[in-house]
Design a protein around this ligand. Structure first.
Ligand code: HXC
Length: 257
């Protein structure tokens, strides 16, 4: 498919979105964000795709929103175009989204990473919100997602100071799932993605919905949602297959129905 600022391709049931604006360190302009979100939605609807991977290149994930594009905006031009509203749609994607990160993931780049479900990073990766140094602030979910991940005191420290955290620090705070040698990041991300493609898709989907609800719902409401979702899995052929395969001592073959 033809996209100007990303490469999009499907590899063994994994839908890949690769950011591709290397001359400006993958700075995210509006068209690029539109292309990313439209592709995520397309993969979410595509039966051939079971898991989604978002990645940059070996040197950089993304150095933030495109500062040149932003610098002449006014409150009214932003209000009327509402360019960040499109980011909300990432939260509605049902399939697992893995981020594969080498190099800088700053500002909007860090926000894109935080919208993903699992993050695999290279040892040299750097994450941060430098917006405060530009006289602005995160605007695509950064204050919300980082706070949910590490709590308000630590989030304020990082966003106020605008400093970058190392992959190791991000891992210790529970933001990043795995930190490995930079040259192995893509391979490891695809390995995890392929492992997920073998799981029952309906289980993955309902687990994602339930886990995300834990961040927003009171415990008792979250427990109710989890229970309903558990019951719903019993309407799937994959539940029958999973339990039958266990009884027959063989690996299950899930179909996503
Ligand atoms: C536009 C950018 C850019 C950006 C880098 N470039 N980041 N262009 N927007 N966010 C361009 C540079 O202008 C330069 O272009 C080229 O990419 C290479 O960058 P250098 O600065 O020369 O590279 P380096 O010295 O290695 O420094 C890397 C860096 C630095 C530390 C990441 O580029 C940097 O500080 N970038 C800005 C980071 C930032 O402030 N991000 C937050 C943006 S605001 P030329 O033409 O000179 O070669 C934001 C708000 C989010 O994200 C709101 C919601 C979406």
């Amino acid at each position: 498919m033809s996209k100007k600022y990303i490469n999009a391709y499907i590899e063994d049931s994994v839908g890949v979105v690769q950011l591709n604006r290397p001359d400006v360190l993958n700075a995210l302009n509006r068209q690029m964000v539109d292309e990313i979100v439209e592709t995520l939605e397309m993969y979410d609807r595509d039966e051939k795709v079971k898991v989604i991977v978002v990645k940059g290149n070996q040197k950089v994930f993304a150095a933030g929103a495109d500062i040149e594009e932003m610098m002449n905006e006014s409150p009214l031009s932003l209000e009327l175009a509402d360019p960040f509203a499109v980011w909300d749609r990432i939260q509605l994607i049902n399939k697992p989204i893995l981020a594969s990160v080498n190099g800088f993931a700053l500002g909007g780049g860090f926000e894109l990473v935080l919208h993903c479900d699992m993050i695999i990073a290279g040892e040299e990766a750097k994450f941060g919100f430098p917006e405060v140094k530009l006289g602005v602030m995160p605007g695509a979910g950064g204050t919300q997602l980082l706070t949910k991940a590490i709590g308000s005191r630590r989030a304020l420290e990082w966003i106020w100071l605008g400093e970058s955290m190392t992959a190791k620090q991000a891992n210790e705070m529970g933001i990043v799932n795995r930190v490995i040698a930079p040259e192995l990041v893509e391979e490891e991300t695809m390995r995890v993605a392929h492992q997920l493609t073998k799981q029952a898709p309906i289980s993955l989907r309902l687990i994602k919905e339930s886990v995300k609800a834990a961040e927003d719902l009171p415990l008792i409401e979250g427990m109710k949602l989890e229970r309903k979702n558990f019951y719903l899995t019993f309407d799937s052929q994959d539940q029958t297959e999973g339990m039958k395969a266990f009884a027959e001592k063989r690996p299950p073959h899930f179909k996503g129905v």
